[in-house]
Ligand binder design. Structure first.
Ligand SMILES: Nc1ncnc2c1ncn2[C@@H]1O[C@H](COP(=O)(O)OP(=O)(O)OP(=O)(O)O)[C@@H](O)[C@H]1O
Length: 312
């Protein structure tokens, strides 16, 4: 599959702050690529430089196999952008706003009407067509912002944290809408610091920190990169020093964290340890309240690679 975006050696400084540091990225046609990183890791700067809205210090950016520049209008016409900040006209209603933005690219009125209808359906704003932005809740406003950015059916779409501070219902509409856009053929670059969203949505995930790519792969590939394989949490009825000694002797156990009567046990490798642990508890006659097992999250991946939490 061909690359829609190719970025090499991209460096962008704001004074002394290196927001992008020898950044590399390839985005394949038809994929949803998630750019995941904590606040300040450079996600927005990355999107703005790709779109030539910001200049950069070093590197090169190619989109659709052409060099990107502020005047590359033929490339820009095939791109849709949805930024974090809502940018719509207060005096226009939902349909009129979408019509305005779609009209920048689609001149045929009949085709535009069809596209507006499809955009409204995609984000679930059918009941609010005549509403002005001030009459919409924050989540609905975000949905309108998305409809304005994608109504002209771009083949490459950038969404920069479109679900920040959005209610769960609107979040679901937004995520489902993005999946549909992708099914219709759009390549999507999605930035977020919500790991659950990239897990749910993205074919490939790029993890960023301090302006650099620190890991790339599918959800499973990223989780296989780290030594942590399984996390078991157990809430005991009373302190059990014997259990802790047994766990410390287990070579598969990476760490044990104690929190009152709760133990968080981290295991390495791909094995399942829950059944064995239950056997140990039974054999040692150790009583417990609850016991559950979890697989690593992308936060665990980030934590193991950087020593920091994805979310502060
Ligand atoms: N206009 C600016 N002037 C100076 N520094 C900036 C500017 N914009 C961003 N930065 C700095 O560049 C770095 C990357 O910021 P950027 O906004 O790209 O990160 P981000 O991952 O998008 O963060 P967030 O999730 O908070 O939006 C941060 O250290 C930020 O403080």
């Amino acid at each position: 599959m061909k690359n829609v975006i190719e970025i090499n050696h991209l460096t962008k400084c704001y004074g002394d702050v290196k927001a992008l540091d020898d950044f590399h990225l390839e985005v394949k046609e038809g994929e949803i690529l998630g750019l995941l990183g904590p606040n300040g890791s450079g996600k927005s700067t990355c999107i703005h430089t790709i779109l030539s809205l910001l200049s950069f210090d070093e590197g090169d950016i190619r989109i659709f196999n052409q060099e990107m520049s502020p005047s590359a209008y033929s490339i820009k016409a095939k791109i849709g952008v949805v930024f974090q900040d809502v940018a719509v006209f207060d005096e226009l209603n939902v349909v009129e706003n979408i019509d305005y933005f779609c009209g920048l690219y689609i001149k045929d009125k009949k085709i535009r009407q069809q596209y507006i209808k499809e955009a409204i359906e995609l984000v679930g704003l059918e009941e609010f067509k005549k509403f002005k932005p001030k009459q919409l809740s924050g989540g609905l406003l975000r949905r309108l912002n998305i409809a304005c950015g994608i109504a002209h059916k771009p083949s490459l779409i950038f969404l920069d944290e479109p679900t920040v501070a959005v209610d769960p219902q609107s979040r679901n509409h937004i995520l489902e809408g993005i999946k549909k856009l992708n099914e219709q053929g759009a390549t999507i670059v999605y930035t977020t610091h919500y790991m659950e969203e990239v897990e749910q949505l993205c074919h490939e995930i790029v993890i960023m920190d301090k302006g650099r790519v620190i890991a790339r792969g599918t959800n499973d590939e990223l989780k296989n990169k780290i030594s942590l394989g399984e996390k078991i949490t157990i809430v005991l009825n009373q302190k059990e020093e014997e259990l802790i000694s047994l766990l410390k002797a287990d070579q598969q156990v990476i760490s044990i964290q104690k929190e009152n009567l709760t133990l968080h046990i981290a295991y390495q490798g791909k094995g399942n340890h829950l059944a064995d642990l239950i056997d140990v508890l039974r054999e040692s006659n150790i009583q417990y309240q609850t016991l559950f097992s979890e697989r690593p999250t992308l936060n665990d991946v980030f934590l193991e690679l950087t020593g920091k939490q994805l979310r502060d």
